[in-house]
Design a protein around this ligand. Structure first.
Ligand SMILES: Nc1ncnc2c1ncn2[C@@H]1O[C@H](COP(=O)(O)OP(=O)(O)O)[C@@H](O)[C@H]1O
Ligand SMILES: [Mg+2]
Length: 366
């Protein structure tokens, strides 16, 4: 069964005073010149499906300049029902609602999951490890509330431990308490990350091979707790012990530096082509194929876990990809995946995409 996004309505949101967009359950192409407001619409859909946006805006930034309050709403349809998701933006706050009832961001997240692919993601392979960790964690947060709680809990505990280290540790016993909390949450987060990454990697290998048949790509987790990754324990209890050991060994250094130098916030997601890290050895083409394969893998894993496809949001990426990689996306979305694509130029798409697609012009004439 499937759920689709049917209508997006925004009021006093970003560049819009009022706008209503009806979506088809197949491919939707939003075409318009730069700064027409295409990404703003993608962002609204992402906010109401993932509970947050890739631009990490404050609620005030989302309200149209000059207005006091704004609202975005998305009606979903499918499985014989209609679900109304909304977010009110006022007084520096955002308030989500599901069918008119007040909800948290977590309550909105995942009703219709979404996968976003935007130009920022294109150099995900080259950028710092934090970008890849965030990609994995943001995805995990949409799939499971437990994952989201662990990410939030770990960040909170780490911040508290770090502020203690910065401000001066009153006594070793106090740090022990924080270490206990950090290692238990951190170990659980590692378990969740590795499980999710293993699922993603399975699809990523397959999708990559379909784009580049003579190359092998892979993704693996590299923990900062241990050098020999093959020896990284699988269980939460063993990981907790290992993490405790690592913190104990580094305690003096952590105190001296005023920060926690080891743990899941220092872990890496290693992407490889052949036997080599793609970050330092991959060509730009290989790196882009990896990101593309990762995104498609996210769509597939969502389906494996939630038994429904996410809405796929492709923001201005077609112009950045060569014809071969564009074709790989097109082949993929020709299935039963609701997709919203933004572009400044319809010339990037063949009749195979545009024929069945719903094309909507945004702003001026393009
Ligand atoms: N809160 C806001 N109030 C008014 N305009 C906004 C606000 N936030 C963004 N914008 C405007 O939206 C436009 C960018 O829209 P965007 O969706 O990124 O365009 P594009 O079609 O290129 O993707 C810019 O002109 C920007 O100034
Ligand atoms: Mg844009």
């Amino acid at each position: 069964m499937a759920i689709f996004a049917r209508t997006l309505r925004v009021r006093d949101y970003r560049s819009y005073d009022f706008y209503e967009l009806d979506l088809s359950c197949g491919v939707n192409v939003l075409v318009g010149p730069n700064a027409a407001g295409k990404t703003n619409l993608i962002e609204a859909v992402q906010l109401l499906t993932a509970g947050q946006s890739f631009r990490r805006p404050t609620p005030r930034e989302l309200v149209r300049e000059g207005a006091e309050a704004g609202r975005i709403a998305l009606s979903l349809e499918g499985e014989g029902r209609v679900i109304d998701l909304a977010c009110d933006l006022a007084a520096g706050k955002r308030r989500f609602a599901v069918n008119g009832k007040r909800a948290t961001a977590a309550g909105v997240r995942g009703i219709l999951p979404s996968v976003l692919f935007c130009p920022d993601h294109l150099d995900m392979v080259k950028r710092s490890a934090g970008v890849r960790r965030a990609a994995l964690d943001d995805f995990g947060c949409q799939l499971s509330a437990a994952y989201a709680n662990l990410v939030a809990g770990y960040e909170r505990t780490l911040e508290q431990r770090n502020s203690l280290l910065r401000d001066g540790v009153p006594g070793p016993g106090v740090l022990d308490v924080w270490d206990e909390a950090l290692t238990r949450t951190g170990a659980a987060l590692i378990v969740h990350r590795r499980t999710l990454l293993a699922r993603l990697a399975g699809h990523l290998r397959e999708v990559y091979a379909s784009i580049a048949p003579h190359e092998r790509a892979d993704a693996s987790y590299v923990s900062s707790l241990i050098d020999d990754q093959a020896a990284l324990p699988a269980s939460r209890d063993d990981l907790t012990l290992l993490f405790q050991d690592a913190l104990r060994t580094r305690r003096e250094e952590d105190i001296r530096r005023g920060t926690t130098g080891v743990g899941p916030h220092r872990d890496e997601i290693l992407l490889t082509v052949g036997t080599r890290p793609a970050r330092s050895f991959g060509s730009q083409g290989q790196q882009r194929s990896l990101v593309l394969a990762w995104k498609i893998a996210e769509v597939k894993v969502t389906h494996d876990i939630l038994e429904r496809y996410p809405i796929l949001l492709l923001d201005d990426v077609m112009s950045e990809l060569d014809a071969e990689r564009r074709d790989a996306i097109v082949r993929f979305i020709e299935g039963e995946i609701q997709t919203v694509i933004t572009t400044t130029n319809l010339g990037y798409f063949g009749e195979d995409v545009l024929g069945p697609a719903k094309v909507v012009r945004i702003g001026g004439t393009a």
